[in-house]
Design a protein around this ligand. Structure first.
Ligand code: GTP
Ligand code: MG
Length: 293
């Protein structure tokens, strides 16, 4: 049997979580069109009995942090490259290697773990741009493999999977076969709500949002009663999240409830409150409280 840990790293918004979900054939990590969506390292497990077990780490996008939350995100993403068997570095087609990518590649130079280059979102660019990207990146780093990809369309995802299996070592089955994610139910419930908030709210508000699951109880009829807070940074943001006649909050909670019901395979009663915690992203205690520890 082969088994190994594989981290997926790159700048924000390049499609790391999308690729992970595609590999897993299931939506386990939240995706949005806004950068800095993923905030924690999320571990998912793909097992083929007696053949392989791949443990993937989806990481927050590496960026220049502007607050303590950002520092935390970048730190855990960088940590993820230290104890794995394989690193998948993702970027998007571009004519030059940007400074963000140069910074990440600089750090990878200190490791002897094989690194794959995945150029994702090729569906959005002319083939020449993708070719040029592969060329440019190969000049500054000695990648083990080069894979152009469209994670959304599933293009080259299987090729990547085959290559990953090739590179990981012989090893034990670390997790039970049926386990696909190592996160708590509560964390996933919170992420579902955060994703809906990210989806429906416009630009500046979503970045300052956290979700706190206050309570989650299943009653004798099998219905889950869930109480959650959406935390934001300003009174004006609170108004936007609630919306006119509470319509925005209703929209967010209805969609979140539907996804929670699918995930929990039971009916859900969801109560959401919006609270203001000024500058929580820079407050150490708040960060811990909201699960960024
Ligand atoms: N056109 C196109 N869009 C893609 C592709 N892969 C991902 N996207 C889109 O890119 C956006 C960001 O995707 P994510 O998977 O959230 O990106 P991420 O790298 O995990 O982002 P962070 O968690 O913020 O670091 C989403 O709107 C995706 O739908 C692709 O292959 N083609
Ligand atoms: Mg992500």
């Amino acid at each position: 049997m082969k088994s190994g840990f594989i981290t997926i790293i790159g700048r924000p918004n390049v499609g790391k979580s999308t690729l992970l979900n595609k590999i897993m054939g299931e939506k386990l990590s939240i995706v949005s069109s806004k950068p800095q969506t993923t905030r924690n390292n999320i571990q998912t497990i793909l097992t083929k009995k007696d053949e392989y077990q791949l443990i993937f780490v989806d990481t927050p996008g590496i960026h220049k942090p502007k607050h303590k939350l950002g520092e935390y995100m970048v730190k855990i993403a960088e940590q993820s490259i230290k104890e794995v068997d394989l690193i998948i570095f993702i970027t998007n087609p571009s004519k030059e290697v940007g400074r963000g990518d140069q910074f990440i590649l600089e750090q990878l130079k200190n490791t002897d773990i094989p690194v794959f280059l995945v150029v994702n979102k090729i569906d959005e660019y002319k083939p020449e741009v993708t070719a040029q990207t592969l060329e440019k990146y190969s000049q500054i780093y000695d990648f083990a493999e080069y894979i152009p990809m469209s994670a959304i369309k599933g293009k080259n995802v299987n090729t990547l999977l085959e290559l990953m299996i090739k590179y990981i070592p012989e090893g034990p089955q670390y997790y039970p076969e049926e386990m696909i994610i190592d996160q708590q139910e509560r964390f996933i419930i919170g992420e579902i709500l955060r994703e809906k908030a990210l989806r429906f709210l416009s630009q500046e508000v979503p970045h300052g949002i956290a979700v706190d699951i206050i309570s989650m109880k299943k009653n004798e009829k099998g219905i889950y009663n869930i109480n959650a807070d959406i935390i934001c940074e300003k009174e004006s943001h609170k108004g936007i999240i609630i919306g006119k006649n509470g319509e925005m909050l209703k929209r967010i909670s209805t969609r979140a409830r539907q996804d929670m019901e699918k995930f929990l395979m039971n009916k859900v009663n969801l109560q959401v409150w919006v609270k203001v915690r000024k500058d929580w992203r820079d407050n150490f205690n708040n960060l811990k409280e909201f699960g960024y520890k």
